[in-house]
Design a protein around this ligand. Structure first.
Ligand code: SF4
Length: 423
């Protein structure tokens, strides 16, 4: 069976088929004075946005209202003029209209490492979200400028854990645990400040591909782990390692002792931060049951940022890279129901027409912040580079960068699972 899904999420959104009709507008309308501060339409539209999250200045009017083709031409021309002086990175969850111009496409860490293969590039234009651009800055050379085309492209999950709240949590926990060692583990989807925090406190960074190996590393060094910001990746990974749910209390930073008793904390092995991804939180077991009822031979793959009951009900769970490889290596005629961001799912459906590939969520609801990177912003950033101007540069200060790199290097010393299946 071949897929009949339109390859472009934008096309579906423009025809009015999405979770919020505001997605049809150019994202610059969100940056105009007087608009409420939100992540914008899409999966994170109901999440509270931190007061100090970066804002984007309004896109210069000359880029607004241009047709897709006019913007594509501007991007192509600027890129041709810049040549090797620029490298464009496109995250899997970006819209196709951005991916069309990317030199590398991948997950956040693959992209940050890919940029290292282009040392001659003066500018790394990261079409993704804020923490990804920070990681690229940590791993690139000091001469290279990392640019995020739209500064408002943050990540609602990363924003759910800030340095002050984590330090406050750490103080409370270390007081309770005394001489017992607590290892902090931060998911790649976190600010550079938190990567620096874990680097300073004997901790480590993980990705969705290597979370289990990282937790094993942590338990070789301490009795307990504080895992942030994604509770679901932490819970799914620890559960697969045989850790009981009663040993994984949730830490709510807005409550004393995170909402736990001292006894519950003394019984804990993995403390899970109260964070989540609003894209992956949309998946549920009923969607899996429906897919199986309609397609008895369906293979359900979900990302481990999905809730535990969804991961338990799926056939397999793994990182975006795992999902892509599972589809690449499947026999022709396979049917896949995928639980991850819609842009990646529909691109895979278009790239692998020998399979039937569909998203578990029937509603088109992209990541709000990935969607903020519109071709208009990419054209603007590139044309400014042609003029010799660097806009929207993301830099991590040295005091944060040094321990953050230590935490990343520890992660690189840990061997990832062979196939990334987290089940
Ligand atoms: S998909 Fe989820 S984790 Fe990824 S950038 Fe969007 S909100 Fe953040």
């Amino acid at each position: 069976m071949t897929s009949t899904i339109d390859p472009s999420v934008n096309h579906a959104i423009q025809s009015g088929d999405s979770c919020n009709s505001d997605l049809k507008q150019g994202p610059w309308f969100l940056d105009t004075p007087g608009m409420p501060d939100t992540y914008g339409p899409g999966a994170s539209q109901s999440d509270p946005i931190p007061v100090h999250s970066p804002r984007q200045q309004v896109l210069p009017p000359k880029y607004q209202g241009l047709s897709d083709e006019e913007l594509h031409q501007k991007i192509r021309d600027a890129k041709a003029t810049l040549g090797d002086r620029v490298v464009i990175l496109g995250h899997f969850y970006q819209r196709d209209e951005i991916i069309a111009h990317a030199d590398f496409v991948g997950d956040s860490f693959q992209l940050a490492r890919a940029a290292k293969t282009r040392p001659e590039a003066e500018a790394i234009v990261f079409c993704g979200v804020h923490f990804m651009a920070e990681t690229a800055d940590l791993l690139s050379s000091p001469e290279q400028a990392v640019i995020l085309p739209n500064l408002a492209a943050g990540c609602s999950m990363a924003d759910m854990a800030d340095l002050d709240s984590v330090e406050d949590c750490w103080e409370q926990l270390t007081e309770i645990y005394g001489d017992e060692v607590l290892i902090p583990v931060t998911y790649m989807n976190s600010s550079a400040a938190l990567k620096g925090f874990v680097g300073q406190h004997g901790g480590i960074v993980c990705t969705s591909s290597n979370a289990r190996a990282v937790l094993e590393w942590a338990f070789e060094r301490g009795q307990r782990v504080l895992f942030f910001p994604d509770q679901h990746l932490g819970r799914n990974t620890a559960k697969a390692m045989g850790i009981g749910l009663d040993q994984m209390p949730l830490w709510n930073p807005n409550k004393p002792l995170g909402g736990n008793t001292v006894e519950e904390l003394e019984n804990a092995k993995v403390l899970l931060w109260h964070g989540f991804c609003s894209v992956h939180k949309r998946f549920n077991v009923a969607q899996i049951e429906k897919a199986r009822a309609e397609f008895p031979d369906v293979h359900v793959i979900v990302h481990p940022e999905s809730p535990m009951e969804v991961v338990d009900a799926a056939d397999s769970a793994g990182s975006t890279d795992f999902i892509v490889k599972a589809i690449q290596t499947a026999p022709a005629g396979s049917t896949f129901a995928i639980g991850t961001e819609i842009n990646l799912v529909q691109r895979l459906a278009a790239q692998y027409p020998q399979h039937h590939i569909f998203c578990l969520d029937p509603v088109i609801c992209p990541c709000s912040t990935m969607y903020r990177i519109h071709p208009g912003y990419l054209a603007w950033a590139l044309e400014e580079l042609v003029e010799g101007n660097i806009i929207n540069q993301i830099t991590v200060d040295a005091a944060t960068a040094d321990p953050a790199r230590v935490a990343l290097e520890r992660m690189l010393s840990v061997v990832p699972l062979a196939n990334g299946n987290t089940k």
